[in-house]
Design a protein around this ligand. Structure first.
Ligand code: NOJ
Ligand code: CA
Length: 548
C-alpha cells in the first residue's frame, strides 16, 4: 500500500510510558501526568510519533493501576482529570498521537460496580461479575470449587469467597481484580460507555488489556494440564481464554471506534505465546482490532535463527489485510537489554544497537518501552523492596515485574532527574545511573540514544521502511538476519526504492552478497560510504542499513 493512504498507526512509532516511573513533578517519588507533559518535547525530539500510557485511572494500586476503581477519573497519585485533558491536548499540539490503556476484563474490587454487585444476589449489578454458589441448595453442604482455573498472580484457585452472598467470584490476576461478566448486556453497555467517554475526550485509541480473557466458557469446564510454567501456569487455557464470543466484542468496539473521526486505533494485548491466536483478533484485517501484540519476541533470547523464525511466523499468520507490529520490551517482561545481555560491555552495546535496528526497520508498527533508548537494564530488586504482587508470590523465582519498571534516569544527579534529591522513589533505580541516563547519552555522539534518534529519523524519511514490502535473504544462518524493504512502485517516485538491512548477531565477521549502495547507518562503518564490491564483509555484531 502507498504511504499516502496508510493510516497513521501503520507508519507511527509508539513509545510506552509506565507513568509511575517516568517523571515525578511533585516530589512524592511517584511519576505523574504533569511529568509526562513536561517530557513531551523529549519524546518528540527522540523522533517518536505516538504514546501508549499505562493506566493512570483511579485505583487502589493492588496491581499498580491495572485494577481500576473509576474509569473516568485520574488517580490522585498521578494528578487530576484536567491533567489527562492537558496531556491529550499537549500531545496533539506536537503532532503526537496518544493511546490510553483500556482495562475492561476486570475492575478493582473497590469499583462501585463490584461493591454493589457483591452486596446481594438481587442487586441489579450482581450479574455484572462472575459468581458460583459455595453451598449446595439441596444438601446445604459446602461445594467444591467450580473448576481448576488459577489466579495467575497469587498461584491459587481463581475463585474467591464472598460472604454476603455465600458465593465465589472469579478473579484470575489478584483477588482484588474481579472479572466482569461480558455475557451481561448492561455490563457491556457500561464498558462501551467508558470507551466512548475517552474517545470523546480525544484520545487516539486504546491499548486493550488481556483481550483474549474477556469471555469465559459458558460451562466453566476445567482446563487440561500442561507442562508450561511461564506464562501458562501448567494449564492449557482452553476454557478461561480465547472463547469465540470475544471476537464479537472486538467487532463491537471496532464499530464504536469507527464512529469517531481520525482513525482511532485498537491495539490488543493478547496474552498468549501463540502468534496465530494474536493474529485471530485482527479478524479479517479490518473488522476487529487494528493491531494485536505478538508476545513471542518478548521471550526470545539472543539467537538469530529463533528471532528470525518468530518474525517470519508472525508475518505468516496475519490476515491478508492485517498489519504487523513488534515490541521487544514492556512492563511485564524483563527488558531486552537484559535478556540479550553480553558480559562484554562493547558487545552489549552492539547487541542493543542491532535490536534497535531490527525493531525499527522491520515491516510493522514498532513499540518502544521507555528507557530502552538508553539501554536501560532490569534492576535486581531485593526481596524486602518487592512491590509487584507476582514478584512477591513467586519469590525467589524470577517472575516479578518490578525489575523492568524502575524510574527513568534523566541525569546522574541525586534523584536522577526523576524525583527530588531527597525523595525515595517508589522503586529503586537500575544500577549504573551514572552512565545510563538521558543527559549523558544525549551529549555523546556515539550513544545508544543517538543511535535510536538516527534510526527513527531514517524510518520517518523513508517510506520503504514504513509501508514497503519485506523480503528476507538471511534468516539467522551463521548468525545473520538480513532483509530488503522496498516501497510499492507508485510510492516514492523520486526517492530511492530499496533499503537493505544486515544484522550480524554473531561475534565473527560474516561475508554476505552485497548490493551496490550507500551506507545509511552502521555501528561499524561510516555513513555515506559507497559499497561497490560483490561481497560485503560484515564486522562482528555489525548492524548496517544500505540504500540503493
Ligand atoms: C496485563 C498487563 O499488561 C499486566 O501488567 C496486568 O497486571 C494484567 N494484564 C492484569 O491487568
Ligand atoms: Ca508525583
Amino acid at each position: 500500500m502507498g504511504g499516502e493512504t496508510a493510516p497513521w498507526w501503520k507508519t507511527a512509532v509508539f513509545y510506552q510510558i509506565y507513568p509511575r516511573s517516568f517523571r515525578d513533578t511533585n516530589g512524592d517519588g511517584v511519576g505523574d501526568l504533569p511529568g509526562i507533559i513536561e517530557k513531551l518535547d523529549y519524546i518528540a525530539d527522540l523522533g517518536i510519533s505516538a504514546l501508549w500510557v499505562s493506566p493512570f485511572f483511579r485505583s487502589p494500586m493492588d496491581d499498580f493501576g491495572y485494577d481500576i476503581s473509576d474509569y473516568r477519573d485520574v488517580d490522585p497519585s498521578f494528578g487530576c482529570f484536567a491533567d489527562a485533558r492537558t496531556l491529550i491536548a499537549e500531545c496533539h499540539k506536537r503532532g503526537l498521537k496518544i493511546v490510553f490503556d483500556l482495562v475492561i476484563n476486570h475492575t478493582s474490587d473497590q469499583h462501585p460496580w463490584f461493591i454493589d454487585a457483591r452486596r446481594s444476589k438481587d442487586n441489579p449489578r450482581h450479574d455484572w461479575y462472575i459468581w458460583k454458589p459455595r453451598t449446595s441448595p439441596r444438601t446445604g453442604k459446602r461445594l467444591r470449587k467450580p473448576n481448576n482455573w488459577v489466579c495467575q498472580f497469587e498461584f491459587k484457585s481463581a475463585w474467591w469467597d464472598n460472604e454476603e452472598t455465600d458465593e465465589w467470584y472469579l478473579a484470575t490476576f489478584t483477588r482484588h481484580q474481579p472479572e466482569v461478566n461480558w455475557r451481561n448486556p448492561e455490563l457491556r453497555a457500561a464498558m462501551y460507555d467508558v470507551v466512548r467517554f475517552w474517545l470523546t475526550e480525544g484520545v487516539d485509541g486504546f491499548r486493550m488489556d488481556v483481550v483474549n480473557w474477556y469471555v469465559k466458557d459458558a460451562y466453566f469446564r476445567s482446563n487440561p494440564l500442561s507442562l508450561n510454567a511461564n506464562p501458562d501456569i501448567f494449564q492449557r487455557h482452553v476454557y478461561d481464554r480465547n472463547q469465540p464470543e470475544t471476537h464479537e466484542i472486538c467487532r463491537e468496539i471496532r464499530a464504536i471506534a469507527e464512529d469517531y473521526p481520525g482513525d482511532r486505533v485498537l491495539i490488543g494485548e493478547i496474552f498468549s505465546r501463540e502468534p496465530s491466536i494474536a493474529a485471530s483478533y485482527q479478524g479479517n484485517g479490518d473488522d476487529e482490532l487494528h493491531l494485536a501484540f505478538n508476545m513471542e519476541l518478548l521471550y526470545r533470547k539472543w539467537n538469530a535463527k529463533k528471532l528470525a523464525a518468530s518474525i517470519k511466523k508472525w508475518y505468516g499468520v496475519l490476515p491478508e489485510r492485517g498489519w504487523p507490529n513488534f515490541t521487544l520490551s514492556n512492563h511485564d517482561q524483563p527488558r531486552h537489554a537484559t535478556r540479550f545481555q553480553s558480559k562484554n560491555p562493547a558487545t552489549q552495546k552492539k547487541r542493543t544497537q542491532i535490536a534497535a535496528m531490527l525493531l525499527l526497520t522491520l515491516k510493522g508498527t514498532p513499540f518502544l518501552y521507555y528507557g530502552e533508548e538508553l539501554g536501560l537494564q532490569n534492576a535486581k530488586i531485593p526481596r524486602a523492596e518487592l512491590v509487584d504482587p507476582t514478584g512477591i508470590t513467586f519469590w525467589p523465582l524470577p517472575m516479578g515485574r518490578d525489575g523492568e519498571r524502575t524510574p527513568m534516569p534523566w541525569n546522574a544527579d541525586p534523584g536522577a532527574g526523576f524525583t527530588d534529591a531527597k525523595t525515595k522513589p517508589w522503586l529503586r533505580f537500575s544500577a549504573d545511573v551514572e552512565n545510563t541516563n538521558v543527559r549523558r547519552e544525549q551529549n555523546d555522539e556515539t550513544s545508544l540514544w543517538r543511535w535510536y534518534q538516527a534510526l527513527l529519523g531514517i524510518r520517518r524519511s523513508h517510506q520503504s521502511l514504513q509501508t514497503g514490502t519485506i523480503e528476507f535473504s538471511f534468516e539467522g544462518q551463521r548468525g545473520v538476519i538480513a532483509y530488503r524493504r522496498q516501497s510499492a512502485p507508485e510510492g516514492e517516485a523520486e526517492c530511492p526504492k530499496a533499503i537493505d538491512c544486515y544484522l550480524n548477531l554473531s561475534n565473527k565477521s560474516r561475508a554476505v552478497p552485497s548490493p551496490k549502495g550507500t551506507v545509511l547507518l552502521s555501528n561499524s562503518r561510516e555513513t555515506g560510504m559507497k559499497l561497490e564490491s560483490k561481497t560485503l564483509v560484515l564486522a562482528p555484531h555489525e548492524a548496517l542499513l544500505v540504500i540503493f
